[in-house]
Structures are given as structure tokens and as C-alpha cells.
Design a protein around this ligand. Structure first.
Ligand code: IMP
Ligand code: MG
Length: 180
């Protein structure tokens, strides 16, 4: 495969098998915790489209799927960033238990802002699940309810995550490094 010749992909950090195992465990957990509850999973585009599509098929209870696309703006190192909503959910969230599905939590700003905003829509509950978490990079205190993998401060691509819009279709998570 051509990815194998790409020197910018320094190494595989998390294999397809490891991802599969954790996603199916998470699916089972969600299916138990939200049994008989109206569940809406919100896939945050673009990064979480692969994770969300595998996760929702690992969940075996009825649920709705919504999509949002957000862009975060930060002013320097100040934590007073804001998010622009580029695509919003189609349906009302009040009366539903909302689970936000994100690819990675880095500074924590995106999910901080987004959960603030979603809370105002009065869901029955609001929780977050993230595929990857980089706790050492946190600029704002943010705790994800479910995190599949905690990783060190590395730039990673694959399984939905990109570098300049590329590598999203890589079936595993790889460490990306500039080639000098
Ligand atoms: P936060 O607001 O800093 O938590 O931003 C999280 C967003 O930054 C994610 O949704 C990703 O789009 C992006 N991001 C952070 N770290 C990485 C990475 O290692 N690879 C690819 N995208 C990343
Ligand atoms: Mg993202």
C-alpha cells in the first residue's frame, strides 16, 4: 500500500485491531448505559466521521445520528476562544440524551465551547466520547466522559484525523512527522 512508502507516517501508534476492540467495548457500554433512553449521537465533522460510523454500528439500541461541523477560533493563548457552527443538527435535542462523538481532545477548547452551547438546548443529559485524548495538551479544563485512548503529545493522523485534509482514510492511527 502506498501509505507504507510515506516517510511522513513515522510509525503506527494504534492498530486497526486495537481500535476495533475498543470501539466494540465502547459500543457495548453505550448500549447498556442508554438502554430504553432516547439517544442522539452527534458526529463532529469532519474528524470523527470514521469513528462515529464504526461506533454507531457497535451500538445495538435504537438511536438518532446527527452531524455538526464547527470551527474554533483562539486568540493567542487566551482561553476565551469561540466556535463557529458551520453545520448544525437538524432536530430538536430537548427530550433526548445527547452523546457528542469527537475524534480527539487536544487543548479542550472545541469541546468546552461546544458543550456549553449544546447544554443551552436542554438535552436530558449531555456526555462526550472521544477516540483520542491528549491530556498533556489541555489549555482548558475539560473532562471527556469516555475516552478510548490516551496518547502523548504527538501529531497523529488516520481513522478520520487529517493533516491538511489528507490521511483521513488511513485505517489506523499513525504518528505524523515532517520529513526534513
Ligand atoms: P482542541 O480544541 O484543541 O481540543 O481541538 C481539537 C481539534 O484539533 C480536533 O478536533 C482535531 O481536529 C484537531 N487536532 C488536535 N490534535 C490533532 C492531531 O494530533 N491530529 C489531527 N488533528 C488534531
Ligand atoms: Mg476535529
Amino acid at each position: 500500500m502506498e501509505f507504507e512508502q510515506d516517510k511522513r507516517l513515522a510509525r503506527v501508534l494504534i492498530s486497526e485491531e486495537e481500535i476495533k476492540k475498543r470501539v466494540s467495548e465502547a459500543g457495548r457500554r453505550i448500549s447498556e448505559e442508554y438502554k430504553d433512553k432516547p439517544l442522539v449521537m452527534i458526529c463532529i465533522l469532519k474528524g470523527s466521521f470514521v469513528f462515529a460510523s464504526d461506533l454507531c454500528r457497535a451500538v445495538d439500541i435504537p438511536c438518532r445520528i446527527e452531524f455538526m461541523r464547527v470551527r474554533s477560533y483562539y486568540e493567542g493563548t487566551q482561553s476565551s476562544g469561540s466556535v463557529d457552527i458551520l453545520l448544525d443538527t437538524d432536530n430538536d435535542l430537548s427530550g433526548s440524551h445527547v452523546l457528542v462523538v469527537e475524534d480527539i481532545v487536544d487543548s479542550g477548547r472545541t469541546l468546552c465551547r461546544l458543550t456549553e452551547l449544546l447544554r443551552k438546548r436542554n438535552p436530558l443529559s449531555l456526555r462526550t466520547i472521544t477516540l483520542l485524548d491528549k491530556p498533556s495538551r489541555r489549555a482548558e479544563e475539560f473532562h471527556t466522559d469516555i475516552s478510548l485512548f490516551s496518547i502523548p503529545d504527538l501529531f497523529v493522523v488516520g481513522y478520520g484525523l487529517d493533516y491538511n485534509e489528507m490521511y483521513r482514510n488511513l485505517p489506523y492511527i499513525a504518528v505524523y512527522e515532517e520529513v526534513r
